[in-house]
Unconditional design. Sequence first.
Length: 302
Amino acid sequence: MEEKLEAKVNESLHKAEVLIEALPYIQRFNRKIIVVKYGGSAMIDEELKKNVIKDVTLLKLVGFKPIIVHGGGKEISRWVAKSGMEPKFINGLRVTDEPTMEIAEMVLNRVNKSLVQMVQELGVLSVGISGKDGGLLKVEKKYSNGEDIGFVGEITEVNPKVLYDLLEKDFLPIVCPIGMDKDFNTYNINADDAACAIAKAMKAEKLAFLTDIEGVYKDYNDKDSLISELFVDDAKALIDSGFIGGGMLPKLGNCIDAIENGVSRVHILDGRILHCLLLEIFTNKGIGTAILSRDERRYYNE
């Protein structure tokens, strides 16, 4: 009986220690804007999806101002295949012709509203929008090495007024990456690019990328070389070294761009790990890679 009581007390003490460890981070980022780019496997696995939404909702409830920017590439591919369309690729990028663009917009809006529903089931009011709403994301046609890849947009301007208005009214905004050009044509946008552009425009305190890898490695083939903290100069040197390749290269470029344009810190996290967002933001060790500006420090309980 005494052993059970002691175990229960120890468990309660551990929970209290976790809360105390989180306290300086809650104080530091209270009322601060945090942009979360949500994509990858965490959008496919229902259990992971629920936990990501729980994490972001908790951030909202403890005083942060989170904004979710989500992708949906795998879901778009599934619906394109179901429609019997043959996907076309140029330089490894999907060609988004007009029928594909129609499917992409429908799928992304469907994903968007499902996330809104999940947030509201947890007792937080949410509003789902696309980059079209309020002129949030203006784009121009994007080319791949000079080749036409269809309705894929490069962001030229961000008008964050609609997001500020939603945050002021205590809503949690959820954004899908669709924008318009100057002639009001609809374009699909890379979700990483959209999250980065929104974070820069709003001078967000944090930008977090949920990915399918653990973080940034000095050498991707050496899993012990995970870098937990990286300053911008070091990140540039890492790119120049040639060790960074594949999908991490543009992602790290977005991180550097965000830091150099007013975002205090950027996190690259493995969205396949339950509660990765909370572990990285609220614990001393974290679990991913944090990219920092030179005047930032990692921990707030020193």
